[in-house]
Design a protein around this ligand. Structure first.
Ligand code: NAP
Length: 483
């Protein structure tokens, strides 16, 4: 299947932090891929901005190297050179006054204007203020801000208020790259494009839902940052809650930004507080030739969790009584993200007790090998009476659709193109972010007040034993984290 590429309007994209890790690993290689796919107009401009003094030629060399290291190979020798001709650089200090006029001279009146804040959140206010005061932003300009969006409710509110001084909510694109993943959007297509699932998508038919985001890596070089954050702030408050919202929300009237975001917000607001016995926090120990978490963060008293599992309950008509189990952690057995919807038993088994217990399970894999599996119960072939087995209807999207996975835009590419298109559907609104902090803050404050210490878990497994007990206690078990 040939994927259809619709070119976006021409644009001037300024990347503050253009020399940083995120720009080099994701943003610039992603833009190059969109250029090769024919989606980025040939006249579009990308302007890097950071404090380092360098000219456009030096920046282009840096971009060439970044694409060589993190991007895909150019399809023709001239493609990368042609792309680099669209790349510029200005030295600008977010906190200073120099360089802003030079930056402004790149911007055209007839192009979409977007400013990507790929810098520490402490600089967001400085940049927003200068864009406004120095006349770089227009009422149609867009700004893109990265996570972490606040550290708690108070800081998120302060950040929202700062940005709101200079930009309207319709101009602010808060990125959560999980929302840019193909399967995450497919989740909405599956739920709202089929008649099959939606009638069953409620507490009457769904026993429970699991959301797992497992990583094999440890904190590595991000130790100092991570130790101030932990799995709850780094993963649950944003990525896992966004997945939870898409799974649990009511059908929006239209697939439009505010219609979708209104429904997500209602889910967050309907979440019950989490009781201490419904949370398990873990920290990885040493093993497999690797150091423990505490060694990585150089703090042998650290109480930060590198793993969390919790049971969330949504108190609304659709979901009352169906728990959502969320878990995420580092140094686990495999790198995998998936959502598992476990349906209830058939109300009456005509096959008798010998047939055993069988349930339909819908598994949605976000990575690796994006796809879906639906376990369906059938008769085991052969003689010997009616024995039942569960077989998977497996759909790896790449196989099923014959899609060239190289041609499918990754999350960042898709989201940047959505910014240029002016489509905010897959970006978090300010009130959503605040509501998510309003739910997570008391949970964090609770364990801090109690002085809870995370349990140590062995690397390479599925996290602490207690996390297994969280489900066992309810007569359930997690889907295995498979390599
Ligand atoms: P980074 O590697 O430390 O890069 C920071 C960038 O900001 C550099 O280009 C730096 O260049 C520039 N900078 C620093 N101070 C500045 C100032 N006063 N004025 C102008 N530019 C300044 O950070 P990063 O990893 O790219 O992360 C950027 C943002 O994305 C952060 O908010 C981070 O939390 C978020 N994020 C990153 C990732 C990731 O994978 N890296 C993932 C998710 C979110 P100069 O030193 O030359 O000024």
């Amino acid at each position: 299947m040939v994927s259809r590429v619709i070119p976006v309007d021409t644009f001037d994209l300024v990347i503050f932090g253009g020399t940083g890790d995120l720009a080099r690993r994701k943003i610039l290689p992603g833009l190059f891929r969109r250029y090769c796919a024919g989606q980025m107009p040939p006249e579009a401009k990308i302007i890097g901005a950071a404090r380092s003094e360098m000219d456009a030629a030096e920046f282009r060399e840096m971009v060439r190297e970044a694409i060589g290291e993190f991007g895909s190979a150019p399809q023709s020798a001239g493609q990368l050179d042609a792309f680099l001709e669209r790349v510029f650089y200005e030295a600008v200090d977010a906190k200073g006054d120099g360089g802003w006029d030079a930056l402004k001279s790149h911007l055209r009146d007839d192009a979409v204007r977007a400013f990507y804040f790929s810098v520490a959140p402490s600089l967001f206010g400085d940049i927003a203020e200068r864009l406004n005061h120095k006349g770089l932003s227009t009422p149609d300009s867009r700004i893109v801000v990265e996570k972490p969006f606040g550290h708690d409710l108070a800081s998120a509110k302060a950040l929202n208020a700062t940005l709101a001084q200079y930009f309207d909510e319709t101009q602010i694109y808060r990125i959560d790259h999980y929302l840019g993943k193909e399967t995450v959007q497919n989740l909405m297509a599956v739920r709202f494009g089929n008649t099959l699932f939606e009638p069953l998508w409620n507490a009457q038919y769904v026993d429970h839902i699991e959301i797992t985001v497992a990583e094999t890596v440890g904190v590595g070089g991000r130790g100092a940052y991570y130790d101030k954050s932990g799995a709850m702030r780094d993963m649950v408050q944003n990525h896992l809650m966004q997945l939870l919202c898409l799974i649990a929300m009511e059908p929006p009237a239209k697939f439009e930004p505010d219609a979708v975001r209104d429904e997500k917000l209602k889910v967050i607001r309907a979440l019950d507080p989490v009781e201490p016995q419904d949370i398990v926090r873990g920290q990885y120990g040493a093993g497999g030739g690797e150091d423990s978490y505490k060694t990585h963060v150089e703090n042998d008293r650290s109480r930060t969790e590198s793993f969390i599992a919790l049971k969330a309950q949504i108190s609304n008509w659709r979901w009352a009584g169906t728990p959502f189990y969320l878990r995420t952690g580092k140094r686990l057995r495999a790198r995998t993200s998936d959502i598992t919807v476990v349906f209830k038993d058939a109300p009456h088994s005509i096959f008798g007790a010998d047939a055993g217990r069988h349930r339909n399970v819908l598994s949605i894999r976000l990575q690796p090998n994006e796809g879906m599996t639906l376990d369906v119960t059938i008769k085991e072939p052969g003689p010997g009476g009616m024995r039942l087995i569960d077989v998977p209807l497996d759909m790896a999207f790449a196989d099923a659709l014959g899609t060239d996975t190289e041609a499918v835009p990754d999350a960042y590419e898709r989201l940047i193109m959505d910014v240029i298109r002016g489509n905010q559907t897959l970006f978090m609104r300010g009130d959503e972010v605040e509501a998510a902090w309003a739910w997570t803050d008391p949970i964090i404050e609770g364990w801090e007040a109690r002085g809870d210490v995370p349990v140590t878990y062995d690397p390479g497994g599925s996290g602490p034993e207690d996390a297994l007990m969280l489900l066992h206690r309810d007569g359930r078990r997690w889907r295995e984290i498979k390599v």
